[in-house]
Design a protein around this ligand. Structure first.
Ligand code: SAH
Ligand code: SF4
Ligand code: F3S
Length: 440
């Protein structure tokens, strides 16, 4: 009697680090249910997309994929849509793509095993959708992390901030934190498996509230950084409103806490910040920056910016440009405003043309490139510790990453192991990276 063919799945992930890490947990869950992951849609029985809807372009990607692969349905393959588009569009996805048999938002992943059984049994419209009610986090023992040296731990899920432009509070449910003990247990487990870098994740890590009441976010950072075997701890994303001085103090006192803070500002204009409902003004944001600039360790600061929010005048935009000069970011992620379903800003008149948004984006990026090139020069001649991430064979260069999250490529005659830490002297400066030689 021949063995039953093994169930196979293909999973493609879009979006942020939270989605990437959710996919690692989903993959682990599927494997625990007897599935095998394959790398092409052709080889898969079940095709899954873990989707992002932060901007319209991101959302459209999944519908293009579904349209491209529609023909595979005729071969008996099944489709599932997970993540933020799944939660946002819900059952409407079945109308748009009737061959999809499962739609599941991130707050329902703990129900995936039962949902998969229904899909396998041939049920047509299996759903796992959240109504912003759940208090549970998706904790699983089956996480299939892809990188053996550096790994994510989600500490807080959802978001209660409701910034006027943002879908996340609707797609990821209400804010809920894990207990600090459970986070620390996962950190120890990862250290035992050989991980040396941990990145703590949440849409707004600063509003972390230990449900056991034991530790503040800064205390959790300190505790994770003391995990034996862990050499680097990162955290993202910080929200300026909840960013306290104690976080800067934690970074000052723990060398394992990376000296890098990603603090999205979105706009340099208080008027626009107000319209965005960001809950801080330009001065309050700059106060947080001054705490970091006064720190004993040099902290690298990066940010996110949205250009062309409804009502953004040339004068507002100029304030964003001047903020870049004032702060001196090591890098920025900049986006054109994209109107999103369910969000309050979608009802605002949006008279700024796409062409004008593109112009502002280009001006902003151009300015930032000059700032970055200038700022990176401070590293010239410095010897910095990097984690070895791999090798670029064509360029005969090793790829390294500094504590400040900068790429520092280097040459050496030795053969450093991926995941090891080595000292590199920076000798060449580019806008987006550094290059140098390993110091022996
Ligand atoms: N929680 C983080 C942001 C997560 S989304 C925070 O509060 O900062 C990542 C980035 O996408 C945001 O910082 C913002 O710059 C951008 N973004 C979110 N919604 C957007 C929209 N509707 N249009 C354009 N950019 C958007
Ligand atoms: Fe979106 Fe604002 Fe929440 Fe960040 S804090 S995820 S921008 S609503
Ligand atoms: Fe996208 Fe959802 Fe992350 S909308 S950015 S995948 S939280």
């Amino acid at each position: 009697m021949s063995a039953e063919p093994q169930k196979t799945f293909y999973l493609e992930t879009f979006g942020c680090q939270m989605n990437v890490h959710d996919s690692e947990k989903v993959i682990g869950t599927l494997i625990s249910q007897g599935y095998r992951q394959v790398s092409t849609v052709e080889d898969a029985g079940l095709i899954l997309y873990n989707t992002c809807s932060i901007r319209d372009k991101a959302e459209q990607k999944v519908f293009h994929r579904l349209a491209d692969y529609k023909k595979l349905h005729a071969q008996g393959k099944k489709f599932g849509v997970l993540g933020c588009v799944a939660q946002q569009e819900g059952e409407k996805i079945f109308e748009r793509a009737p061959y999809v048999s499962m739609v599941c938002g991130s707050a329902s992943y703990r129900n995936l095993p039962q949902m998969l059984i229904q899909v396998e049994a041939g049920k047509q419209r299996v759903t796992g959708l959240d109504d912003r009610e759940t208090d549970e986090c998706f904790e699983t023992e089956f996480t299939a992390r892809t990188n053996p040296h550096r790994g994510y731990i989600t500490i807080i899920e959802g978001c209660d901030k409701f910034c006027a432009y943002c879908v996340v509070p609707f797609t990821r449910g209400k804010e809920r934190s894990r207990t600090s003990d459970s986070v620390l247990a996962e950190a120890r487990q990862m250290a035992n498996l050989g991980y040396s870098e941990i990145q703590l994740l949440g849409q707004n890590v600063n509003s972390y509230k230990d449900s056991s009441g034991k530790r503040s976010f800064a205390e959790l950072l300190a505790a994770v950084s003391e995990t034996p075997g862990i050499k680097r701890v990162r955290f993202t994303t910080s929200h300026p409103r909840d960013f306290g001085r104690d976080i800067v103090q934690a970074i000052e006192s723990a060398p394992t806490l990376c000296n890098h803070v990603h603090l999205p500002v979105q706009s340099g204009s208080t008027r626009i910040l107000d319209a965005m409902q960001r809950l801080y003004n330009r001065d309050q944001y700059l106060e947080r920056i001054s705490w970091m600039k006064a720190a004993k360790r040099e902290i690298s600061i990066t940010t996110d910016v949205i250009v062309g929010f409804p009502g953004e005048t040339e004068a507002d935009f100029d304030e964003t440009l001047s903020l870049l000069d004032e702060v001196g970011y090591d890098s920025i992620f900049a986006f054109k405003y994209s109107p999103r379903p369910n969000t309050p800003a979608v009802h605002l008149a949006d008279p700024i043309s796409d062409q004008e948004k593109s112009r502002r984006l280009a001006v902003l990026q151009d300015k930032q490139k000059q700032i970055q090139t200038h700022l990176n020069h401070r590293h010239l001649g410095q010897t910095l510790e990097v984690m070895v991430e791999g090798k670029n064979e064509t360029r005969k260069q090793w790829i390294g990453r500094t504590s400040q999250n900068k790429v520092l490529n280097f040459t050496t005659n030795s053969d450093p192991a991926v995941g090891s830490y080595v000292q590199v002297k920076a000798t060449i400066i580019f806008p987006n990276s550094l290059a140098g030689e390993m110091v022996v």
